[in-house]
Structures are given as C-alpha cells and as structure tokens.
Design a protein around this ligand. Structure first.
Ligand code: ARG
Length: 449
C-alpha cells in the first residue's frame, strides 16, 4: 500500500502509477535520504518527541539498510519513491518504532533535503574533478611556455603565441568555473528539514540540531520557501552549462588540431574510435560527444527554469521533474570533465608543426609594422607599407622573413639588417610582455604556478 493509502478506495490506475512514481530515478538518493532520516530520528529522540529507545532502534535500522544497499544485499524496488521504500523497509525490520520516524516531517521537506544533500555532494565531487583538469592544464602550460604556435582570430592565423598562452585561457575559464561552484555551494547550504509540508510543525523540533548534524551552516528561515525552493539547482545547472560550454570550446579546438589539415596534436587511441567503412579513420568521438552533449545540459537548465516558472507556493508535484534532468546533467558534465582530463593527459603535441604553422601565414606582419613605428614611421603608414610587403611575398610565395634586405628596402628604405631578428618568431612572442601576454607568461611563470 502507498504511504498515503488510508483515504483511498479505488485501485490505482497502472498508467497513473507509472506517471507518478519516482523510485526508478530517485533511488539514487538513498544515501542522502537515510542520512537525513538518521539526523531527524536522533533529534526526535533528544527532544523527547519519541522515546530514546525508539530513536536508537530507528538509527540502528537505518544504518543496517544503508550498509545492505551499499553491499548490494538489498535491492531498491516495489515502492512509490525512495522515501516510502526506506520507511517500509525500516518498519519491516524493526516493527512499530519504524512508523514513528516520519513524526514532524513531510516528504516535502524530506525531498528538499535529499536533493540539497545530493547536489552538495555532487558539487564537492565536481570541485575535485575540475581541479584535476585545471592541474593537467597547468602542467601542459609549464611544459610549453616556449612552444610557439599561431594564434587565430576568425579562424585565420593572426599573431604568434605559445601553447602555454593558449591553454592559459582555459585555465582562467576553469578558475571561474571553480569559483562559481564554491559560490553555489555556499548559497545552498541552509537546511530545509523541519519545514514539514510547508508550515512547520507543532512538535518542538530542534532544527538547528539537524542542520548542524547534516553539515549545513544554518536552518532555512521560511518554511514555505524551504519546500519549494529549487533555485540552487537552477544555479547549479547554470554553472554546469557554462562549464560544459568551456569543455565544448576546448573540444572544438582539439578536433581541429587533430585534423589532417592541422596535425597540431594527436589524440590517443583510448579517446578515439574507428569507422565501420573507412579503415584509415581514427575519429575524435569523445571530443565530439563532449561538444554535442552541451545540448542536453543546456536543455536541463531550460527545462527546470520552465517547470518552475508557474508553480504557486508551496510544494507541487511538478517539482519531482527536477530530478531526472538534473541527474543527467550532473552525470554528463562530470564524465565530460574526467574524459577531457584523460584525453589531455595522453594527447601528444606536434611542436614542430605548430611552430612551422606560426611561421607561415604572415603572423609577424604586425611586428614588421611595429618595427617601422620604432624607426619613426606613423603606425597607419607602416600598416600600409607592410600590406605592400605581404603582397610581394604572396607573389613570390614566401614568408616575410624570407625577403631579402633589398626587397624590404624597395618598399621602405628605413628597414635595416636588424629587421630579421625583430620579426623572428621568438622575438615576436618574447617581446609581448604586457600583463597576460605570452611573453609576460614566460617571464612570470614561476609566480603564476
Ligand atoms: N517524489 C516526490 C518529489 O520528488 C517526493 C515528494 C512528494 N511529496 C508529495 N507531497 N507528494 O518531489
């Protein structure tokens, strides 16, 4: 029978049950549900709302259920949701005392608590895996402070930079992602347990005790909001969307760099798959999937925002819709981060190819103009003169560095022998010393890492 079967007479319709029941997906909340119930039972005992013997029997019973589920000895099934399952199992194990657990509590504050605990645990897990990815990126940066490569704008070669500088941009994105995760965790850390259905309860609950026992900073201050707030989930899904977007951008670069045309990197076999028809193919599927899965993560965010927008206070069953999509987004982003980390750790960088590419495509054209500025030519004039030099190179099919001094002078007689050093790849990178630039990174690496 359902927890609430007392006032019902007709058999439940099959489709109604299927549509309503949440056990198939909320069973993953079992640890949080039992942990919350243990804190609740201990508080009920301390406040003498139930006897200390009953409280002890409940806590023991709950611990047994938890360890049996963990050990694979107890299968979670045959209940409407995880809350009903745990209560029924407890009562089957310890008898009457089990029926006292739900005193002063509703499934509304119970599920609000479970989801907050689950989200908080998941944020901690994400902070750990994102930190690992951040550290892998830092290691790549340290190894590649002077690995030259072209930087792009509009996907066209623009100016030379280093691989460390390029990865440094992703390090910054991840640093912001990490600080968003910490912020969300801080804001969610108020305990809804004790809000009851929405109006609190007449029992003398000690809400501060349960809040503390469960690692919250404090108990929530409005019991209606406590059971109907899902802001923290929306905020977390937004953090996850942003993080997945960053992973997707990095995936896109890896896919390009791994292509036959670029050949800047080689993805390890462990993160590639083959083609069923073309024997030569090794495809960057994992990077493509990380990019593609952005859709479902953003979808979860939009879906929950939309589900929440018309819900009057307080609890309504619409809120059960928070779970499947949030769990899916959490799994997706966590796995994406772990896979990205593994892919980066095993990826090889073709440094010669990158440097070679930086030398072609006139990435030092700005530096020729800057050289002329140092010789007294106004920048706008210099820009035009270098344009002529580029045209000359295109006609000859060579790089700026390959022009003879006479050819340089045919366009501007202020150019001397020192032009070659001034526009070498090394000079172009190392003299970009403004804060945040690749030359600055080389000089300040010791302080940054
Ligand atoms: N499965 C429900 C959910 O996820 C639990 C709360 C049920 N509360 C209720 N009043 N029916 O939201």
């Amino acid at each position: 029978m359902k927890l609430w079967g007392g006032r019902f007479t007709a058999e439940e319709d099959q489709l109604t049950a299927m549509f309503n029941d949440s056990l198939s997906f909320d069973k993953r909340l079992y640890r949080q549900d039992i942990t919350g119930s243990i804190a609740h039972a201990e508080m009920l005992g301390k406040q003498k709302i139930i006897s200390s013997e009953d409280a002890a029997a409940i806590v023991d019973g709950l611990k047994g259920i938890l360890s049996d589920i963990d050990a694979g000895k107890l299968e979670i099934k045959d209940a409407e949701d995880i809350h009903s399952f745990v209560e029924a199992e407890l009562t089957a194990r310890i008898g009457e005392a089990g029926k006292r657990l739900h005193t002063g509590r509703s499934r509304n504050d119970q599920v609000a608590l479970d989801m907050k605990l689950y989200t908080r645990d998941h944020i901690d897990q994400m902070i750990a895996v994102v930190t690992e990815l951040h550290d892998t990126i830092e290691a790549i940066m340290k190894d590649n402070l002077e690995t030259y490569m072209p930087g792009f704008t509009h996907l066209q070669k623009a100016q030379p930079t280093t691989l460390a500088h390029h990865f440094g941009a992703y390090r910054e994105m991840l640093r912001r992602d990490l600080s968003r995760l910490v912020d969300t965790r801080t804001r969610l850390n108020e305990c809804p347990l004790g809000a009851g259905a929405f109006a609190g309860t007449t029992y003398p609950l000690d809400r501060d005790m349960t809040a503390k026992a469960l690692g919250f900073d404090e108990a929530t201050v409005n019991s209606m909001d406590s059971v109907s707030d899902r802001d923290y989930l929306i905020e977390y899904l937004s953090d996850l969307s942003m993080l997945q977007m960053h992973l997707s951008r990095l995936s896109e670069e890896i896919i390009l760099w791994n292509s036959n045309e670029y050949q800047f990197v080689k993805i390890s076999d462990a993160y590639s798959t083959g083609s069923s028809i073309m024997p030569q193919k090794k495809n960057p599927d994992i990077a493509e999937l990380i990019r593609g899965k952005c859709g479902r993560v953003y979808g979860a965010l939009m879906s929950l925002l939309t589900s929440m927008k018309g819900i009057p206070l307080a609890y309504n069953k619409d809120m059960q819709e928070d779970k499947e999509l949030s769990f899916d987004a959490m799994d997706t982003v966590e796995h994406s981060v772990i896979l990205m980390n593994g892919m980066l750790k095993t990826m090889t960088f073709n440094k010669e190819r990158m440097a070679d590419s930086a030398k072609r495509g006139f990435t030092n054209a700005t530096d020729v103009a800057d050289y002329l500025v140092r010789k007294g030519v106004p920048f706008r004039t210099a820009h035009g003169l270098v344009g002529e030099l580029v045209l000359l190179c295109e006609k000859k099919g060579c790089a700026l560095d390959d022009l003879s001094l006479d050819e340089f002078r045919s366009v501007c007689d202020k150019i001397d022998e020192d032009i070659y050093k001034a526009i070498s790849l090394e000079t172009c990178v190392k003299t970009r010393k403004t804060k945040g630039a690749p030359g600055w990174l080389i000089e300040n690496a010791d302080e940054i890492f």
